[in-house]
Write a protein that binds this ligand. Sequence first.
Ligand code: PMV
Length: 327
Amino acid sequence: TTLSNNSAKAQAHTNIALIKYWGKKDEQLIIPYTSSLSLTLDRFYTQTTVRFNSDNDRDSVQINGQFISGKAWQRVHDFLTIVRDLAGIHLAAEVSSTNFVPTAAGLASSASAFAALAAAASKAAGLKLSKTDLSRLARRGSGSACRSIFGGFVEWQRGTSDADSYAQPLSQVGLNDVKVIALTTESGPKPISSRQGMNRSVATSPYYPTWIKVAQHDLIDIKVAIAAGDFTKFGSISELNAMRMHALTLSADPDFTYFNSETLAIMNEVKRLRHAGIECYYTIDAGPNVKVIVQSANATKIADTFTKLLGQNRVTTLSAGPGVHYL
Ligand code: PMV
């Protein structure tokens, strides 16, 4: 096969889920049990270059300047094979990816990584995918990546098959003032991956069937709050939904948690601030770091509070960010 322009570079941003995705109905295709909703963020992103090269016989993958191997390489290789099959090519790829996150790590995300890889690899392979098809493709790498194709508030509609499980930006947004303060906690023992964690919750938590119903209601309610510009309702639902997701880890067999002692201390501090009349809410993904949801007017004051608690380089204030784009 020959390709006229066999190289492409793309940038995609991380997203924070406000209504969480937690559980796959179809593990192979990554079709979720529930729809989810997120906000794409501005300051954490990944840049990825893909080049299909007829001189190589094996995919090479570099992340932050280091060649990777083993499981991580396999995951990228499998994803590239989906792209090759779509494009009808049989060339090996050279992938080079850089994560732009603050120095205190633990915030690198598979969402921005697979969204950037989907965009760069598909273009380098000669495909011209629509945003919807890019979202479907990114989903195959990591579920949450399908939402990073778009900027701002994004909904992943669970669908029933590969064809109709993809993300879309929200059409009605009355909330234009949301900031997210990302807090990194002390990294402890390596947490259980989101893939393992959600599979165990689905298989063993007696509350999983209830989660499917509750998450559906939370999604409807938060969309109303976002459309109406109701920050209080928006923040409350986000915090509740995050705790409902984490209840699926505590109720699994064997049980597990992503929280560490600092996670709990931050949660208490958010509640204390709120009782003192400073409005803020927390959300937590499959790790010990916390994201605090605030309004612009309060952002500096709240960030300062957490800087005193955690230190300067563990606090990053983020705004809504853009969808995937080519460089
Ligand atoms: O996309 P994955 O497989 O890394 O799963 C993401 C899971 C959560 O971050 C906890 C929730 C979400 O919707 O992003």
